[in-house]
Design a protein around this ligand. Structure first.
Ligand code: ARG
Length: 289
């Protein structure tokens, strides 16, 4: 019963938050408290790849409508409010995120980003806001094949990672002899691991844990070492004021305990009905998925 009320509260809070997101055009530009230069004046344009619970995904409400959810999305709203800007979120596949930041069409990227130094040509990084780590996963059916990272490095294995992510680099580093397959959506990777098409895959640890709620046969084999640990926000390159105030907002959000709440809500919603991927033109979950 207690859990039910907690869930209900989380749902009401997220729905309230999302109502704020989808009405941005009606809301008009924000007051722009710090006089920041952004892509669209008075707005905070954020790009994300919503295939990544608990970071970003669509929670489905009782009417069957999808709403952007996840702790990155709650954080995006928090930052927009802090800066006095109206939040505008643009969803895309992850392999478009880095390039898009390079073209200057977005102010921030909140997409469970790892601070890979190669990306610093295209964007600046906020301080680390979450201590995300990496995992190698498989299914119960294939679990006996893997004992540690070294056991993944065999030509007989097909091993997946999401296109454009640091997990691709990890696959090449630790499983170079395997057949490495890159797929556009994290969702597809998990589905193919579960169907046995892929023997295993590299994914963010918490994403694996979140998917376990819906796929109890998903097995986390081990943690995978990665030198640029943690998650950051990508900030438009050279916008020093934006970077400064984003960091200020981030620290306040973590220190005041709001971020911990966002995380708890995201985990609750990720365990419920959700969709991970890009919606169709009508803003609906694509059929046949
Ligand atoms: N942390 C990894 C990276 O930065 C993967 C991020 C994938 N994010 C997503 N929303 N699918 O490369």
């Amino acid at each position: 019963m207690k859990k039910f009320f907690a869930l209900l509260l989380a749902l009401v809070m997220i729905l309230g938050l999302m109502a704020g997101c989808s009405k941005e055009e009606e809301k008009g530009p924000g007051e722009n408290k710090y006089n920041l230069k952004t892509v669209k004046e008075g707005y905070l344009t954020v790009i994300t790849s919503p295939d990544y619970a608990p970071y970003e995904f669509y929670a489905i409400d009782e009417k069957g409508n999808p709403h952007l959810a996840g702790f990155d999305m709650a954080l995006a709203q928090y930052i927009a409010d802090y800066l006095g800007l109206t939040l505008e979120v643009i969803p895309m596949d992850f392999n478009g995120i880095i390039g898009e930041m390079g073209t200057g069409k977005a102010d921030l990227a909140l997409a469970g980003l790892s601070p890979d130094p190669d990306r610093q040509e295209k964007m600046d990084f906020s301080d680390i806001y979450y201590d995300g780590k990496q995992a190698f996963i498989t299914s119960k059916a294939n679990a006996a094949s893997f004992s540690d990272l070294a056991s993944t490095n065999k030509a007989e294995f097909s091993i997946g990672a999401q296109s454009g992510t640091i997990q691709m680099e990890l696959a090449e580093e630790f499983s170079p002899n395997a057949d490495i397959i890159s797929l556009v959506k994290a969702t597809d990777i998990i589905a193919e691991v579960m169907s046995g098409k892929l023997h295993g895959a590299y994914v963010e640890w918490d994403v694996a844990v979140a998917y376990q709620a819906n796929y109890p046969d998903l097995v986390i084999v081990c943690e995978v070492p990665y030198e640029a640990e943690g998650n950051v926000i990508g900030v438009a390159k050279g916008n020093a004021d934006l970077l400064k105030y984003v960091n200020e907002a981030l620290h306040k959000c973590v220190d005041d305990g709001d971020f911990a709440e966002f995380l708890a809500e995201a985990l609750d919603l990720a365990a419920g009905e959700n969709y991970q991927g890009i919606l169709d033109e009508d803003g609906k979950v694509p059929t046949g998925e």
